[in-house]
Design a protein around this ligand. Structure first.
Ligand code: IPE
Ligand code: IPE
Ligand code: MG
Length: 248
């Protein structure tokens, strides 16, 4: 399986970030518990990761758990943590076979110790893979990330290894959890809501945003290709005019 008839293989977005929303509602529409939606959602993750890798996407960031999601009922949080751990354990061999490197962003120390251990192990074992970076946003919040970055910069100023004049956009980017990644080109949110929910607030400043009503458990190969095709039909002007871009 390589490529998809709807997308131009020459202009595949380098970095795609996805807010995987709609698991709970999808399950409830089927009179099933929310956790069932999360389980089927894992199958979507497997399929989308595979497509991204096959179509030549270089970085795929998935919003799996937000800093606000800790406020959900304990049972749902526990269920999500178990699913995450099971996913990492079951996918390792596939990641190695397909040259997928796992990284993560977020307040990782807040995750349960057993999940953290498997996460760190998977990151270590896949660190030399270079086909696709699968970057999981876990206990992630964009504002929290900025607080973390500002603290890091302030500490360097305090110890005189940095002067306030050195602070620019690049330096701030280098202090974010995403320091190892380029900014996303395409940001997708499934599940029908049109908001960012604290996701990649700094990094998404010039991302093309695509909101789709499809619930995450149903977001599969063709739906993913359709959003990429939609992205390929847009003109990214970065503040310039259309005429300027044509002149290039
Ligand atoms: C997204 O689905 C997954 C997580 C936030 C972990 P939701 O659980 O938010 O599903 P809805 O939005 O309630 O349908
Ligand atoms: C955003 O979804 C977080 C993830 C997909 C992990 P939420 O369902 O938590 O967002 P809100 O609460 O509807 O804004
Ligand atoms: Mg939701």
């Amino acid at each position: 399986m390589n490529g998809h008839p709807s997308i131009d293989p020459q202009r595949v977005p380098h970095h795609i970030a996805i807010i995987m929303d709609g698991n709970g509602r999808w399950a409830q529409q089927r009179h099933r518990p929310r956790l069932y939606g999360h389980k089927v959602g894992v199958e979507s993750v497997q399929e989308i990761v595979e497509c991204a890798r096959d179509w030549g996407v270089k970085v795929l960031t998935l919003y799996a758990f937000s800093s606000e999601n800790w406020k959900r009922p304990e049972k749902e949080v526990g269920g999500l943590m178990s699913l995450l751990k099971a996913y990492l354990l079951s996918e390792l061999s596939k990641m190695l076979k397909n040259s997928v490197r796992l990284t993560c962003i977020g307040d990782i120390p807040r995750l349960p110790a057993d999940v953290r251990k498997v996460l760190q192990q998977t990151i270590k074992e896949t660190k030399n893979n270079d086909k696709l970076i699968l970057n999981l946003a876990l206990s992630y919040g964009g504002r929290l990330e900025l607080v973390h970055a500002v603290k890091g910069i302030a500490a360097k100023v305090q110890e005189n290894s940095l002067s306030p004049d050195d602070i620019d956009e690049k330096l701030i980017s280098e202090h974010l959890y995403t320091a190892h990644l380029p900014d996303p080109d395409l940001l997708i949110r499934t599940g029908g809501e049109a908001r960012l929910s604290n996701f990649l607030l700094w990094q998404a400043s010039y991302a093309e945003i695509c909101f789709t009503d499809t619930m995450w458990p149903e977001f599969r190969r063709d739906a993913f290709a359709e959003t990429i095709a939609h992205y390929q039909g847009r003109e990214r002007r970065f503040g310039r005019t259309s005429a300027q871009l044509e002149g290039n």
